[in-house]
Design a protein around this ligand. Structure first.
Ligand SMILES: C[S@@+](CC[C@H](N)C(=O)[O-])C[C@H]1O[C@@H](n2cnc3c(N)ncnc32)[C@H](O)[C@@H]1O
Length: 343
């Protein structure tokens, strides 16, 4: 890679495949012609190399990404704390206004005070003032055995979706999806703000709420009218614009042909309804294939005991599948499909 830019990245959660697919997909959506490589350093800490300088944290890429905890520009690495002080040569013209310094703990915590570093940094950047609460530049150091990384923070996930978790909603139901799950599944689609996204089995809006927060034009559908009312109540509760809602059976085509840019859903499944499943899934897949624009993506969450996947592959092409272990009797899959108008 010519002109490589080096960052450290911390993964959120423990499902590497889910985290990687989300990062890769959003990177491809927003930075098409650019490339990246990601290598694990230890635990949730990764080294990220990109072919270009990452944009400012206000970029849509950062407002959407969910399973990345933080991204830090690597300024230099040293073998121990004393060596940081020797290697510290900050370029004053790159920084303005205020700064702070802190440590990121990845298992190894060094027993030093942030203020020990604040003084030499302040000396080199004497045109900056210290501001611990809202600094313009947050320098952070990370210790791993025999090494310390000195970084400039690019992005830290504020996890604002946590306020829309099921227990925080006006209406909660046991079958609803968690906010981070809904958000990450949307991030596997090929959509940008303003695009139209459909959840054909929307329930009380677990996915819709996240899509609206990401400035997507969300359409929800559910066969159960009271679920649609609950969705509206939940949107009002969070001060979010109401999605367009339909009360149709998802076996039918209720939108025009080629009218949506993405479909994402947590489909119904019950261990006792295998036969019902085949009929429902076939009808849904046929109508979804029509309503979704050509070559656009559909992301479906399904349970391990359903026969959804072989049916889906009759109509769509598989891009990837992510496994998510829930408990000893339930594994969920997140299937990413492409509408090549196969059949
Ligand atoms: C697993 S739940 C979806 C939960 C949703 N993601 C949420 O966060 O609340 C499945 C939903 O599919 C709906 N449903 C079941 N059969 C349907 C059908 N044939 N057409 C449309 N919706 C259906 C159910 O009413 C239920 O709300």
């Amino acid at each position: 890679m010519n002109n490589t830019h080096e960052y450290l990245l911390i993964m959120q959660g423990s499902n590497y495949e889910f985290f990687y697919q989300e990062f890769k997909n959003l990177f491809e959506i927003y930075f098409q012609s650019e490339t990246f490589t990601l290598k694990q350093i230890q635990n949730t800490l990764y080294s990220l190399q990109t072919s270009f300088k990452l944009p400012n944290k206000s970029h849509e890429f950062f407002t959407r990404i969910t399973l990345t905890k933080g991204i830090y520009e690597l300024l230099f690495q040293a073998k121990d704390f004393d060596s940081i002080l020797e290697e510290l040569h900050l370029r004053p013209h790159l920084y303005s206004q205020t700064f702070a310094v802190s440590q990121i703990n990845i298992k190894t915590k060094a027993n030093i005070e942030n203020s020990t570093l604040a003084y030499p940094i302040g000396k080199q950047l004497h045109h900056l003032k210290a501001n611990l609460k809202e600094p313009n530049h947050l320098f952070q150091y990370i210790f791993i055995p025999n090494k310390v990384y000195f970084t400039h923070t690019i992005f830290e996930n504020q996890k604002t979706y946590l306020k829309r978790m099921p227990v925080k909603r006006a209406i909660n139901k046991p079958y609803t999806l968690k906010a981070d799950m809904g958000r990450t599944c949307i991030n596997l689609l090929d959509v940008k703000s303003g695009d139209i996204v459909l959840d054909p089995f929307c329930g009380i809006g677990g996915i819709l709420l996240e899509g609206i927060d990401m400035n997507l034009e969300m359409i929800g559908n559910d066969i159960n009218k009271s679920d649609l009312e609950h969705t509206k109540t939940n949107c009002t509760h969070f001060n979010l614009k109401e999605p367009t809602l339909y009360n149709a059976d998802s076996k039918t085509q209720f939108l025009e042909e080629n009218s949506v840019d993405g479909i994402v859903s947590d489909i119904p499944y019950g261990k006792s309804s295998r036969k019902l499943g085949v009929e429902l899934y076939e009808g849904f897949l046929q109508s979804a294939q029509k309503m979704l624009k050509p070559n656009k993506k559909m992301v479906i969450i399904y349970g391990c005991f359903t026969n959804f996947k072989p049916l889906a592959l009759k109509y769509f092409e598989e891009i990837t599948e992510i496994e998510q272990y829930m408990n000893s009797s339930l594994t969920r899959y997140i299937l990413v499909l492409k509408n090549t108008k196969k059949k």
